[in-house]
Design a protein around this ligand. Structure first.
Ligand code: SF4
Length: 214
């Protein structure tokens, strides 16, 4: 397992990418190219910000009022070893820390994918699997298209998973410098393009690059 991660962005509080209130780590780089992907800036493996596992663990452990973290991207399983190490480092100090991840690969393929991928699966409570398929876009909870599955890997989120399967919505935040960022899974295709147009018309900029934690 490695001690560094290439990170596209982080968010310290989010209520629309998994159960409860969670931090989010978007990793940089994805080998897939789903048509209509809303995170195009996270796809190249070049770019992003190099972060140490220890530094990210310190950040997560210092956050109050969150029950876990969501690992998104990009493709988290392209950096599976370091993310598994991150969860171990956090749980050494916060044993009850929840973990959820997205992947463009199906669970069964990840299970066959090597020791680092299995190590990350073994540390997750919930996986959202499969590529985004624009033709199957729906108003679904925590995922964009109907082929994507919510795969419980522990019973931690059993109660949340029994709730209605409908969109959790989008969260917008505005930084002091006027840059706007968003999180969540759009309930309809074309959300991002429409948002960018509306923000530009009002003089706002959509922030997509990494932001250092405060
Ligand atoms: S797997 Fe996810 S990040 Fe990668 S191209 Fe598909 S939707 Fe985008």
């Amino acid at each position: 397992m490695t001690g560094r991660l290439s990170v596209a962005r982080t968010l310290d509080r989010c209520t629309v990418l998994g159960p409860g209130t969670r931090a989010v780590v978007w990793v940089q780089g994805c080998p897939l190219r789903c048509r209509g992907c809303v995170a195009a800036e996270t796809l190249p493996f070049e770019g992003g910000t190099t972060r140490t596992v220890a530094g990210l663990a310190d950040w997560l452990c210092a956050l109050d009022g969150i029950e876990g973290v969501t690992l998104s991207g990009g493709e988290p399983f392209s950096q599976a070893g370091a993310l598994a190490a991150l969860l171990d480092a956090v749980r050494a100090r916060r044993p009850d820390f929840g973990a959820m991840a997205y992947s463009g690969f199906r669970y069964e393929a990840l299970r066959r994918g090597g020791p680092d991928r299995r190590a990350l699966l073994d540390r997750l409570d919930l996986l959202v699997d499969g590529p985004y398929v624009a033709a199957r876009h729906g108003s679904l909870r925590w995922r964009g298209s109907a082929n994507q599955r919510l795969v419980p890997l522990t019973d931690r989120y059993a109660r949340a998973l029994a709730e209605p399967d409908t969109t959790a919505g989008i969260e917008l935040s505005v930084d002091p410098d006027g840059a706007v960022s968003w999180a969540g899974v759009p309930p309809a295709p074309g959300f991002r393009e429409g948002l960018e147009d509306q923000l530009a018309a009002r003089g706002f900029v959509l922030r997509t690059e990494a932001r250092r934690e405060r």
